[in-house]
Write a protein that binds this ligand. Structure first.
Ligand SMILES: Nc1ncnc2c1ncn2[C@@H]1O[C@H](COP(=O)(O)OP(=O)(O)O)[C@@H](O)[C@H]1O
Ligand SMILES: [Mg+2]
Length: 356
């Protein structure tokens, strides 16, 4: 059997091209064909999970997962299928658990030992824990709370205390203190009592993978969020996302009016050096999975100790990264797939290089 790659996509969505495929998937297929590999795109649906699994396990050397888990009603079945494929020797690009480990908001708290994440970053899974620590943190400065779903800025709140607040005996901001809350979805502001706002956030702790991440607010976000698009270990381009130039704006989403500029990684040499220096530790801290094929890391500028710039990681995405604005990358993506799998084949139990 020659090498064959299946690309999993979800049907629907407004960003799809011919035949309902993502615009950057067919270019990967064509580039793999140039390397004398074969490839195809398969729409995943829970209803056909059994058939899709059987087909892929019998025919594919590797899969590339290009589904936003948010597009599936429930990703459990899809992830389980991917896990089974990997355990039956199909190379996972990426492994489903790697998608979760990189993409979940609590990736940040796993990375506090790298230089990329501030020490006072917390993840809460329990309401009482959230209520206790968050009210302490607020006394030290402006915070950003993040729910674990979506990528639209919804449930991402900048929170600051209004006026002078006297701490309680326990070192908490009191429940009746007023807070100013700005949501990244549309930069709208709400002023409310802290206790009410905390109760409102309880919804983010519910359900599977419910959590809230609490990190310091980075005021230099107004200079832009710096998204680095990574092809495994290689930064390939940067999207510089400047929030709208209005008073309260801190969001880098298009919907909120941010402006995007595409740049070369060389325009951010210090950041690229930082990414490179921290990459192995990062892979290790996030569970040691093979690094995803395509992923993004979003950074914000901060002031270093001696007046230099430092960079703070705000989020990673590893489940459905696209490169439609840079289709010329397709050959490089295909090269990376081929190179990675050929290297794996040397030790792969399914196709031993030699037998003793
Ligand atoms: N610590 C922070 N300081 C300042 N702005 C932030 C911070 N974290 C997030 N933001 C802003 O909020 C936006 C949404 O947060 P993000 O973590 O990217 O969530 P989402 O999953 O919704 O994209 C970011 O694009 C950025 O503009
Ligand atoms: Mg984001």
């Amino acid at each position: 059997m020659g090498n064959h790659v299946v690309i999993f996509e979800a049907r629907g969505g407004s960003d799809k091209g011919q035949y309902g495929y993502r615009n950057d998937s067919m270019p990967i297929v064509k580039s793999l064909l140039k390397q004398s590999w074969t490839a195809e795109i398969i729409f995943y649906e829970d209803e056909y999970r059994g058939e899709i699994y059987k087909y892929a396990v019998e025919n594919a050397t590797a899969y590339i997962s290009r589904i936003n888990p948010g597009n599936l009603e429930d990703e459990t079945g899809y992830f389980q299928m991917l896990r089974e494929l990997v355990s039956h020797g199909v190379e996972g690009l990426p492994h489903p658990d790697a998608m979760t480990a990189y993409g979940a908001k609590n990736a940040l708290t796993k990375l506090t030992e790298t230089e990329l994440v501030p020490d006072d970053t917390y993840a809460y899974y329990d309401f009482e824990e959230f209520k206790d620590q968050f009210r302490k943190n607020l006394l030290n400065g402006v915070r950003v709370l993040k729910q674990n779903r979506g990528s639209t800025g919804e449930g991402i709140w900048r929170v600051e205390l209004i006026g002078d607040v006297k701490p309680t005996e326990n070192g908490h901001a009191p429940n009746d203190a007023m807070v100013r809350c700005t949501e990244a979805k549309d930069n709208h502001v709400e002023e409310r009592e802290l206790g009410d706002f905390i109760d409102f956030c309880a919804q983010y702790l519910g359900g599977r993978n419910g959590m809230i991440v609490d990190m310091p607010f980075m005021p230099r976000i107004v200079e832009g969020e710096i998204r680095v698009l990574m092809l495994r270990r290689t930064p390939v381009y940067v999207v510089h996302k400047k929030p709208a130039q209005t008073k309260d704006a801190f969001s880098a989403t298009l919907y909120s009016g941010a402006e995007y500029t595409y740049q070369k990684p060389e325009e951010w040499p210090e950041l690229m050096a930082k990414v490179e220096q921290n990459l192995d530790l990062m892979i290790d801290k996030l569970g040691g999975y093979a690094i995803p094929l395509l992923w993004t890391a979003d950074f914000m500028l901060d002031d270093g100790p001696d007046g230099t710039d430092t960079y703070v990681l705000g989020e990673i995405n590893a489940s459905c990264v696209g490169f439609t604005t840079h289709l010329e990358l397709a050959d490089q993506v295909a090269n990376e797939v081929v190179g990675f799998i050929e290297a794996e084949d040397i030790v792969n139990k399914r196709w031993p290089a030699y037998r003793v």
